[in-house]
Design a protein around this ligand. Structure first.
Ligand code: ACO
Length: 378
């Protein structure tokens, strides 16, 4: 019998409290440590937003300079991490799997203590992703440049060229936009692991595994593929209708909490528009806008009452594509941003010190009687 407190998928359950971010799914609002997302995403540097999450206030100029050089000083990977990435690239392993494997090595080089672990993880995630991407493409990794900020350095390590200020702003806005989102699946995973008094590297490695799934962080690649396959606005309706008729999900739409348009989609579509208007493939941007409108209308027709709206992944795809990133890099780049939120949640969970251990409803058999293996029949 189902108990009255059972909530499949923990839907609607308040599983803890946090000062880090608040998601209002009915109003379409996201608050990051007291600031509306729209207030912070396109203004702050990634270092400022990370500092804000960890310390609950924005840094002053001296604190910011200090924090930037602390992260810059931690960017270089342990030699064993690079060796691992070389071996994994030889197997052509997908980047999210490589990131998961490498994440587990990031406690090397005597990084001890939760705060130092957090800083090393945030500082090194871009280095792992960029180094792996280059190795996968038969190029040598580009060492981090301590003169560059976190976001610019990520693009630099990927491409070997210093990004323009517009590109830096684009990636910075993206990383800020996905930095934290209350108790989503990967963050909750990290908190559960931390709640056992385990270390941050273990918690973040688990979170990477949770983010990888297509129902969570793995959607933007397929969302962009869909736009490319559609190719022209006139084909959008028949293409999307056929997908829905086959019972397939449209990637980049729907959300467990948001029942209106995801506010992150607005921030990212505005950032993408600025970038595409400044010299990108504006036709692609216009096609994506048209696909979005038709998709939302068809989702209303096929799933009435479900309020399936555009989520963060749709415009993630467009923005990151405009920055020259290939689809296989979309989810790892999400992790480069979200790792700051994960670590902030781990630190908060450690301070709370309460083991997370829900109960379950048992629906298996009862009263079975042991039989020896020889007496169990075929
Ligand atoms: N396309 C088509 N139908 C959908 C979609 C979609 N994108 N999303 C939900 N539905 C349908 C379901 O099939 C279901 O229909 P039914 O009741 O007729 O069976 C109904 O809407 C409710 O779906 P649930 O799975 O119960 O909703 P849930 O809250 O679990 O889903 C989720 C949230 C997983 C994000 C879902 O909307 C989805 O799969 N979206 C596509 C993948 C995606 O974009 N993921 C990224 C999410 S954002 C993030 O994690 C960073």
């Amino acid at each position: 019998m189902t108990s009255p407190t059972t909530a499949p998928g923990l839907e609607g359950v308040i599983a803890g409290s946090t000062r880090l971010s608040r998601v209002n799914g009915l109003a379409g609002e996201l608050i990051i440590a007291g600031y509306a997302l729209e207030e912070i995403a396109a203004n702050a540097s990634f270092e400022e937003t990370t500092f804000l999450l960890w310390n609950d206030h924005l840094p002053n100029a001296a604190q910011l300079a200090d924090f930037q050089s602390r992260l810059a000083g931690l960017r270089t990977l342990p030699a064993a991490t690079l060796d691992l990435l070389r071996a994994v690239a030889a197997e052509k392993t997908p980047p999210m799997d490589a990131l998961r494997m490498a994440a587990g090595t990031l406690s090397l080089n005597s990084v001890e203590g939760a705060e130092n672990e957090a800083a090393a993880l945030v500082a090194r995630f871009p280095t792992v992703v960029a180094a792996y991407w280059r190795l996968l493409n038969r190029a040598e990794p580009v060492p981090p440049d301590p003169q560059l900020g976190h976001a610019a350095n990520y693009l630099y390590m990927l491409n070997g060229q210093r990004p323009t200020s517009a590109q830096t702003r684009g990636v910075e806005t993206y990383l800020n936009t996905v930095i934290d989102h209350s108790f989503n699946a990967s963050t909750f995973t990290a908190r559960v692991i931390t709640s056992t008094a385990s270390d941050l590297v273990s918690a973040i490695t688990g979170a990477v595994g949770a983010l990888k799934g297509p129902l969570h962080g793995g959607a933007p690649g397929p969302a962009l593929d869909m736009v490319f396959e559609i190719g022209q606005t006139e084909r959008a309706e028949s293409y999307l209708r056929a997908k829905l008729e086959r019972g397939e999900r449209l990637m980049g739409f729907g959300h467990r909490v948001y029942k209106v348009r995801d506010p992150r989609a607005d921030v990212l579509s505005a950032a993408a528009e600025v970038m595409y208007r400044a010299g990108g493939d504006l036709q692609l941007y216009d096609l994506a806008r048209a696909v979005e409108q038709i998709a939302v209308a068809l989702l209303t027709e096929y799933k009435p009452g479900r309020n399936l709206q555009t989520n963060v992944e749709f415009y993630t795809a467009l923005l990151l594509h405009g920055l020259g990133l290939e689809t296989a890099l979309f989810t790892p780049t999400f992790a480069v941003g979200r790792v700051a939120g994960w670590t902030a949640h781990c630190l908060e969970q450690r301070a709370e010190g309460r083991l997370i251990r829900p109960s379950s409803d048992y629906h298996g058999g009862l009263g079975r009687v042991w039989a020896d293996v020889t007496a169990r029949g075929g």
